[in-house]
Structure formats: C-alpha cells, structure tokens
Design a protein around this ligand. Structure first.
Ligand code: TXD
Length: 309
C-alpha cells in the first residue's frame, strides 16, 4: 500500500516540523511547497538525508511548483506571516488573506480531492477563506487551533498538579484568540473534574495563561511564533484523518446551525476520521460558558465581515 502524499503549503517554521514529523513517523510522503526558491528543496533534502537515522522510508521532497502536489490526499497549510511582538493574530489578516487566496486556488487546481487542514492565522478567517475560494465540501476543510489551545491548557494543569500530561483532558472552544473559551467544567484529571483538585484562583490563572500562551512565546522568541506545538497539533488531526481514528478533537469547523451558528468556522468538538470532519459534537454549556462562547463567535464574525472575497 503506497504511503499517502501529504502536501505542506508553507515550508517555514511549522512546515519544517510538519515535514519532519510526517516523514519520520512514516505518516506519508511529505511534499513541501513554498514560494521561496530553494527553501522547500533544501529542507526536504536535509530531512531525507537524515531518514536512515529515523528508520523512515518516506519520500520527502520540496518544490516551488504547485503541479508537484498533484494527488495529495492531505494538505496542511501554514503559508503566511507569523506574529511579531506586539502584534495580534488579527493584525495578520490583510497580508495573509492575499496569501490564502493564492494558496486556495493552487490547492483547488492541483489537489481537488484533498482533505485540508488550515493552520495559518488569523485561523478562523483563514480557514473560512480557504473554504470559500476552494469550494471544497465542509467535511474536507478544517482549521487547527483548538487542539493547540486545549493542549496548552492540559500542560498548565499537569504542571500545576505535578501529574502526567497524559491524564489531563481539556476542551478549549471558540475563536483562536483572546476570546477563546476553555471549558473548565469539562477538564478532568483521570476522570476527576479539575475543580476538585485546583482552587478557583489557580484555575482562573491557567485560563488566562492559556489565552495568552501564543503571545507569551512570541514575546520570548521575538522573531516569530510558536511552531513545534502547533505542528504537533496539526499532526494529531492529520493522523486521525489518515488512520481513521475517529478522535474527538477541538477543531475549527464550518457550523451550519450547530451551537446556533450558521456560516462561520468556529472551534468546536468534532469527530475526525477518514471522512474528515465526520460530525460536530454539541456540548451542553451553562449560561456563563454560553455567554463567553457567543462573545467569541461574535469576534470571529467581525473578522469575517472584514473579508471581501
Ligand atoms: O494555532 C494556530 N493555528 C497558530 C498558527 C499557531 C502558531 C502559528 N500560526 C500561524 O501559522 C502563523 O501566525 C503563521 O500565519 C502560520 C505559519 O507560521 P510559521 O511560524 O510557520 O511562519 P513562517 O516560518 O514565516 O513560515 C511561513 C511560510 C514561509 O516559509 C513563507 O515563505 C511561506 O509561508 N509563504 C508562502 N507559501 C506558499 N504560498 C505563498 N503565497 C506564501 N507566502 C509565504
């Protein structure tokens, strides 16, 4: 059985980690596409030369030509500028909108049957833009943000309690920005509600740190944003699709009535399998959670309203 071709549109910080993880885990044969001459080819060659040490037979390639992504079963898009200190994700909108417009046409014309995971920021607007321009069905276009935000929340809880990260589950929903909604009631440690183990003050601090986690890394790095944890988050989604794992993950999905939202991409729990977004799961929210979620949706809407396609 041949390995699936996985096209990585954007061979920068996240794209590089994606290619390495995909190749060395033999999830597929990564093709890195970028507009910078030599960048994708150089990164691919370097990883390919290291493959024997990872025991990987994946074929890794790089290109500046969209024709080389033909036949890709999965596309992961990281093309676009990343934040610098002092910038919000929304500040990237105008530049990355132009880039996503080009990318969506390139993928539509060269890999029309692919499943697509969008990573570029501002995430909720970029995944919406890709969907609109490509015309792909909603089950084949999903955004990566909630897995990263939920993973960060899990890490902060595990560190505070001194427990394994493997035993912490969490759900962070809504838009990928300051209005994201960590659903604390659904966070458990081996099934134990986190509120039974941590004070409200500690929980509130973890909620705030999660919302600001992206900016915290940007402030430290100064030259860009987080790239390993985002890449691993996209890999989690890719693996669930490629191996039909039916994982329940927080992803940016196109809502058409679910949660009372119609026509927007918003982070919600969904089942990811061979059919892509196979089902959106509607979780019960109390009044406070619903108010926060609705506010987050409203922020996504204001962002989408700025897009003139
Ligand atoms: O949770 C999330 N979704 C976010 C996403 C988490 C972290 C980073 N997030 C966003 O991903 C970030 O704000 C950026 O918008 C993207 C990619 O971040 P990365 O750190 O990988 O940025 P780089 O290193 O600048 O890489 C971007 C690459 C770079 O090599 C450019 O040459 C390329 O994108 N690029 C293009 N590729 C293809 N086509 C076009 N038009 C293009 N323009 C730039």
């Amino acid at each position: 059985m041949p390995r699936p071709k996985i096209a990585l549109i954007g061979g920068g910080n996240i794209g590089g980690v994606l290619a390495e993880q995909i190749a060395y885990r033999e999830l597929g044969d990564p093709v890195i596409f970028d507009v910078v001459e030599g960048l994708p080819q150089g990164k691919a060659l370097d990883m390919a030369e290291g493959a024997p040490l990872a025991g990987s037979d994946s074929r890794i390639s790089g290109t500046n030509d969209y024709a080389d992504i033909a036949g890709a079963e999965l596309v992961i898009i990281t093309a676009g500028l990343a934040r610098k200190p002092g910038m919000s994700r929304d500040d990237l909108l105008s530049t990355n909108l132009k880039i996503m417009t080009q990318v969506a046409a390139g993928v539509r014309d060269n890999a029309p049957d692919a499943y697509v995971i969008v990573v570029s920021n501002p995430l909720d607007a970029m995944v919406y833009t890709f969907k609109e321009i490509s015309g792909f069905p909603k089950n084949r276009v999903v955004g990566m943000a909630g897995v990263l935000d939920s993973t960060r929340f899990r890490s902060f809880v595990a560190w505070e309690l001194g427990v394994s990260v493997e035993d912490v589950t969490a759900l962070v929903l809504g838009g990928h920005g300051d209005t994201m909604v960590p659903l604390v009631r659904y966070c458990t440690v081996a099934g134990i509600p986190v509120a039974k183990l941590l004070s409200q003050e500690k929980i509130d601090a973890i909620v705030e740190r999660t919302k600001g986690a992206g900016g915290e890394v940007v402030a430290l790095l100064k030259t860009g944003s987080a790239f390993v944890s985002p890449a691993l988050s996209a890999i989690e989604m890719a693996e669930s699709i490629l191996r039909d794992k039916k994982r329940v993950l927080a992803c940016a999905c196109l809502l058409e009535g679910e949660y009372g939202v119609d026509g927007l991409y918003v982070g919600v729990p969904c089942i990811l399998g061979a059919g892509g977004v196979e089902r959106v799961i509607e979780v019960e929210m109390d009044a406070e959670e619903r108010k926060l979620f609705d506010a987050s949706v409203e922020h996504v809407k204001t962002l989408i309203d700025k897009i003139q396609l």
